[in-house]
Write a protein that binds this ligand. Structure first.
Ligand code: SF4
Length: 354
């Protein structure tokens, strides 16, 4: 019978068994689950007060062959950054300085929204189009990227989103939004294909997908991350991930810019190539790439309700507080910036159709 273990796992079992120990290997585990399990273990050892070198040794004893840089990367991904500099100088580390600056900025943030009343959702699409429509109704609102205008827009221009995060772990983050052409970039299986709320968004500026857009996003994210410690991108006000390459662009940006965070929704099912790429990226960065799957409940799900409601929860789903507030005329000024549920939990979120 062929060996069911990888070479690394087999070497670990052999070495450990030679010492009279026992190794438990999780079978049929995905690469991402394995990474998550490793990070949890590394975090536990660090919480127990072990140094990076001791963690490497302890992990080897448990059958994991990792280096100090993997330990550093894992700790960074789970938010356990080095508190003292490597040189033992007693000066604050770079991460401490950055965190202090972000906290200072967070104290000064306020609601910068230009418009504070949000649309009232009624539980039905405001406009339906023919099923054969394959792009926006407002075709003259799709623009080619030419370098003369930013494609990532300040969230303060959107009453529902807001310009800054005012609460929670991302407090102080600068919010920007990206809008792509609806239907052109979406899977035709989307349950909102005919009733997409872009059907009544005359003014939205939609950016044509392609290499120019990707280059522009790359350069704008670089500039934003140089100016702000924390940046939160709302993908996509309209439209969706249009290719695996485009998902990979966001993967690369996450790797390059530790302050970058994303939240949003995709209608691509998880068994499609794009949906799988999105799920993998979320699995790699669960605290930074918070993209939910539309049209289903369950972990990281989101779905629409065909009726208005005052209920705060429906089953295990949380009803979007901005919409609940909007149905009452927005007395609490609820918006994403002062809600933050979308990036604080993997529980499903329900939205009233509008
Ligand atoms: S649940 Fe909160 S964060 Fe999510 S869309 Fe609604 S207001 Fe925004």
């Amino acid at each position: 019978m062929t060996d069911q273990l990888t070479e690394e796992e087999r070497a670990a079992v052999d070495a450990y068994m030679a010492d009279g120990g026992q190794v438990s290997v999780v079978k049929n585990e995905s690469r991402f689950d394995k990474i998550a399990r490793r990070r949890k273990l590394v975090g536990q050892l660090r919480s127990d007060g072990q140094t990076y070198t001791q963690i490497v040794d302890s992990m080897r004893d448990r059958g994991w062959f990792i280096t100090i840089s993997t330990v550093a990367m894992d700790l960074k991904q789970i938010g356990m950054v080095r508190e003292t500099p490597r040189d033992g100088s007693g000066k604050p580390s770079i991460s401490q300085v950055k965190r202090a600056r972000a906290q200072e900025h967070a104290k000064r943030v306020f609601d910068r929204r230009r418009f504070k009343t949000t649309p009232v959702p009624f539980g039905e699409p405001s406009r339906m189009v023919d099923a054969s429509e394959d792009g926006p109704v407002f075709k003259d609102r799709v623009f080619q990227v030419d370098g003369n205008e930013t494609v990532l827009k300040d969230g303060c221009n959107n009453s529902k989103i807001g310009g800054d995060v005012l609460v929670g772990r991302l407090k102080g983050a600068h919010i920007v939004t990206l809008t792509l052409p609806e239907r052109t970039t979406c899977p035709s299986s989307c349950k909102m294909w005919r009733g997409c709320y872009g059907n009544s968004m005359h003014y939205a500026r939609r950016w044509a997908p392609g290499p120019e857009l990707e280059r522009q996003i790359e350069s704008e994210i670089k500039a934003l991350c140089a100016s702000y410690e924390l940046v939160l991108v709302r993908l996509h006000i309209l439209g969706d991930f249009y290719s695996v390459g485009y998902v990979n662009l966001w993967a690369g940006l996450h790797k390059e810019h530790p302050g970058l965070h994303v939240f949003g929704f995709t209608a691509w099912p998880e068994d499609s190539r794009i949906g799988q790429a999105v799920a993998n990226l979320r699995c790699e960065y669960p605290d930074r790439f918070m993209v939910r799957v539309s049209g289903r409940t369950g972990t990281w799900g989101s779905f629409t309700l065909p009726f208005p409601t005052e209920a705060k929860t429906i089953g295990d789903a949380i009803v979007c507080p901005e919409q609940l507030d909007g149905m009452k005329g927005s007395p609490d000024g609820r918006h994403c910036g002062n809600c933050g549920i979308c990036w604080s939990t993997d529980r499903p979120i329900a939205f009233v159709e509008h």
